[in-house]
Write a protein that binds this ligand. Structure first.
Ligand code: ATP
Length: 633
């Protein structure tokens, strides 16, 4: 039989799978345990990762250092693209954005974020001629109601930890911030000046795209091709070709400019692509087609984020929580496999924290009054403030004074002082109290991706999307699914690998759109639901190994904030639950690159040679080949 023709078999557990007459993928359990045991890989195990980078360089023998130099690992995200040779210690990280000259500009420069946070109703300015009202008026603004609930939750926690609450802190901060005086930093005293671009090449990528002083005036459309776990159809529309052109542009520019790899060399390189745990089929198919057919890489292996991160941390079992910029995903990894029904995607992330911080700082007279988050340079001011101020540790709440710098195009930098108090903890608390996020608004203008073989793929796609964790998640609404059943059926696969039972999956469960409802869950509830989907006996194992990754995992106090809340849920529901445990990512590795790191380790392992899908495999088998070899589905 020719190479690559599928032949259905059953494995030892009686599970149906499709084998190939090319060597079948090795058992992931064996791969993981071999990897953890292997002497040559032990450098990357958890203990070894604690050692310094210098030590790593010293220990890696030269042949291992070269290993993986022909493998490129690509981890695309909504905000950053992480890309590098598997032999590199860390990836190149570039903003995943493209500015294209349009004449006329067909799309307005897309704001970096979707306005997703409720804002207080504008208050009419006080009339100084009128005496101030002595009567206390109860606000009917829904924002105030939700805000009061979040503040109360913080007060309760501070009381629980016996921490002092600074009296009148908001008013003190407000008064201080009103009398601001920005300090102008003279150019010769400013080593961090930016080289703004007024006009330039037709296509600008990454940092260059963000240095455009005024994109719209210069005729550029600035867009981010990835959004959450999918292509960014909000800013590009449903035309996947335009999105793919930009995905290719960012990858090709970075390979050429930062890694010295030219298009003519692509045929000599294999690619490990890190994909979301809950990936959309058209996303995976189009991405694979781009890399194998359009760009012409030699072969491809796709790995899911959580699995790659577990490899990176040297863990065989974990509940992996990835808090990115736009989305947060939760999945349980069991001996080298993701348990499909534990996967959850929350429609919130670091961008919501940034925006909420802005809303909170405006309430205390944020001294830089012209801030407009749709401008990249203003957005980065707020991101900087978030990174330097925010914390999830109640101990950090105090009336503190800080400075921040605003760099406007072609103007000297301005330094502002600001006084803040509990805003620094309330902002990141939004992921545990998402009541202030407008989820419905976030869904606006998202288009489905059009593709030809809709009948087959849509059904399977929904099969992938609706998971047990999501169904359980309707618990928080206190309205369980009808009859307590899981009222949808997943697509079954017969001996030939064809769909035999293709029911239209009920997206509405008990009257709820489960995917949408699940995307709104507080993070602690989502993690609990994900672990609980593994069954009552197994869930302990995952709740005691929660690995938090993604850029937003860098928020100080994240482990404490998550652990305490998760512990509170588990002890209410499960009497016999031992302590919940958050596993810190390896010390020298930024949690945002841990999945890349794990994928690089995977790409270098001997067993991975069985996982590659070549260009001819792709021609014959398409997406199914990728799924069966790489995801063991
Ligand atoms: N020190 C820090 N403190 C707070 N937030 C941080 C810190 N460092 C990075 N972040 C946030 O992490 C987010 C980026 O994380 P990451 O690189 O994992 O996102 P991504 O993979 O591009 O996005 P997504 O996973 O949503 O597709 C941003 O919101 C950024 O502000």
């Amino acid at each position: 039989m020719p190479r690559g023709i599928p032949n259905a078999r059953r494995d030892e557990d009686g599970l149906r799978y499709t084998a190939f007459h090319v060597p079948m993928a090795p058992n992931p359990k064996h791969m993981l345990s071999n990897y953890l045991k292997s002497e040559s890989q032990s450098i990357w195990t958890r203990n070894a990762l604690k050692k310094s980078k210098a030590r790593q360089d010293e220990v890696v023998p030269p042949q291992d250092a070269r290993r993986g130099s022909q493998i490129i690992v690509i981890h695309p995200g909504s905000r950053f693209l992480r890309i590098g040779r598997a032999s590199n210690v860390f990836p190149v990280v570039v903003p995943n954005v493209v500015a294209r000259k349009m004449n006329p500009v067909s799309a307005a420069p897309a704001p970096t974020f979707v306005k997703g946070i409720y804002r207080p109703r504008p208050v009419p300015p006080e009339d100084p001629t009128q005496p101030t009202s002595e009567v206390f008026v109860v606000s009917d603004d829904p924002f105030d109601e939700e805000m009061a609930a979040v503040t109360l939750s913080l007060r309760d926690r501070m009381r629980f930890y016996k921490l002092n609450i600074t009296p009148n802190a908001t008013n003190i901060a407000k008064t201080y911030n009103t009398d601001y005086k920005p300090e102008i930093i003279a150019e010769h005293n400013d080593p961090y000046q930016l080289e703004w671009i007024k006009d330039g090449e037709d296509v600008l990528v990454g940092e260059q795209a963000l240095l455009l002083a005024s994109p719209q005036e210069s005729g550029y459309a600035v867009r981010w091709p990835i959004r959450g776990s999918n292509f960014n159809t909000r800013d590009y529309g449903s035309s996947v070709q335009t999105i793919l052109a930009d995905v290719e542009t960012v990858i090709a520019h970075t390979l050429r400019d930062r890694m010295g790899i030219k298009p003519r060399d692509y045929k000599d390189y294999s690619v490990v692509l890190v994909v979301p745990d809950l990936y959309d089929r058209p996303y995976l198919r189009e991405f694979a087609n781009l890399l194998l057919v359009t760009m012409g890489f030699k072969q491809l292996c796709a790995q899911q984020e959580s699995l790659a991160a577990a490899y990176g941390a040297g863990l065989s079992n974990a509940c992996v929580v990835d808090i990115g910029a736009v989305k947060t995903s939760v999945s349980c990894v069991d001996e080298g496999l993701i348990i499909p029904e534990t996967r959850l995607n929350l429609n919130m992330g670091g961008d919501d924290i940034t925006e909420f911080l802005h809303v909170l700082l405006e309430r205390i007279n944020f001294p830089y009054r012209d801030m407009d988050l749709a401008r990249w340079y203003d957005w980065s001011v707020m991101e900087e403030l978030k990174s330097s101020l925010c914390s999830l540790s109640e101990n950090d709440v105090a009336l503190n004074l800080h400075d921040f710098v605003v760099r406007k195009p072609f103007k000297p930098a301005e330094k502002y002082p600001i006084r803040v108090c509990d805003e620094i903890i309330l902002a990141p608390m939004v992921i545990f109290e998402p009541r202030l996020i407008q989820f419905t608004k976030k869904q606006e203008n998202m288009h489905p991706i059009s593709h030809p073989d809709i009948s087959d793929e849509v059904l399977e796609h929904h099969g992938d999307q609706i998971t047990k964790a999501m169904t359980i998640s309707t618990d928080h609404l206190n309205k369980p699914p009808v009859d307590g059943q899981i009222p949808f059926e997943l697509v079954q696969v017969d001996e030939e690998g064809k769909g035999v039972k293709t029911p239209v999956p009920a997206k509405l469960v008990g009257g709820y759109d489960v995917v949408f409802e699940a995307s709104k869950l507080p993070l602690d509830v989502a993690i609990f639901n994900s672990a609980r989907a593994t069954g009552d006996e197994k869930m302990h194992k995952y709740l005691q190994a929660v690995l938090v990754i993604g850029g937003s995992a860098n928020i100080p106090g994240m482990a404490h904030g998550l652990e305490s809340r998760l512990q509170a849920i588990t002890s209410t529901i499960m009497a016999d639950m031992e302590k919940v445990q958050i596993i810190p990512p390896p010390k020298e590795i930024d949690p945002a690159v841990l999945a890349w790191k794990g994928a690089a380790v995977l790409g270098k392992m001997d067993g991975v040679s069985e996982l590659w899908v070549t260009q001819s495999d792709w021609d014959i088998l398409g997406l199914r080949g990728l799924k069966e070899r790489c995801f063991f589905l």
